[in-house]
Design a protein around this ligand. Structure first.
Ligand SMILES: [Zn+2]
Length: 66
């Protein structure tokens, strides 16, 4: 089963890729809203946490939680 547990600094793939052609986003802020930053162009967007769970496809890279 696919885990949807995400954390700060994880790199995630969204169901819709960014218009710049990249589909890798880094979680840069966690809260009621999640802020993610496109790894291709540096653009960042804010998504309400409950929408984020639906819009995210998978975690590409887990950040080290140390
Ligand atoms: Zn982009």
């Amino acid at each position: 089963m696919e885990t949807k547990e995400f954390g700060l600094h994880d790199i995630v793939e969204m169901k819709k890729q960014h218009p710049c052609g990249t589909n890798a986003w880094k979680i840069i802020r966690m809260g009621a809203d999640i802020r993610i930053k496109c790894q291709g162009c540096g653009h960042s967007v804010m998504i309400p946490r409950r929408d984020f769970g639906k819009k995210m496809k998978k975690i590409l890279e887990k950040a080290r939680q140390e």
